[in-house]
Design a protein around this ligand. Structure first.
Ligand SMILES: [Zn+2]
Length: 112
């Protein structure tokens, strides 16, 4: 978190305590945690990809937490699919809603 050095997952798995870099900084997974801001470039790329998409599959989110909840307004494509265990506020906009466990559903999807 201090110097920006990357480590593979084994470094974290093999750490007995909080994984630390040579520089003394904490090594954390490269994910955005709650209350951490998304990098601006990531937001810009997501908005552009959503704005250009014909199909958007939104999965594993209640759509109650921003900024993810706000990304839907950039979608102007034809087919919106919502895959979430519980109903969301955007279900009425979707062409297809799948209310199930996202991990189990995604395991069954095969790309042809
Ligand atoms: Zn470091």
């Amino acid at each position: 978190m201090d110097c920006g050095k990357f480590f593979d997952v084994n470094f974290i798995l093999e750490s007995e305590k909080i994984p630390r870099c040579d520089c003394g900084g904490i090594v954390k997974p490269d994910v955005v945690l709650y209350e951490e801001p998304l990098p601006n470039r990531t937001v810009e790329q997501a908005v552009k990809a959503i704005a250009d998409a014909d199909v958007l599959i939104v999965g594993g989110t209640s759509l109650n937490v921003y900024p993810a909840a706000g990304f839907l307004r950039y979608f102007h494509g034809k087919h919106l699919v919502i895959l979430n265990r519980d109903a969301t506020q955007a279900d009425s906009m979707a062409e297809l809603c799948i209310r199930d466990n996202i991990a189990e559903v995604m395991e069954k999807i095969k790309v042809c």
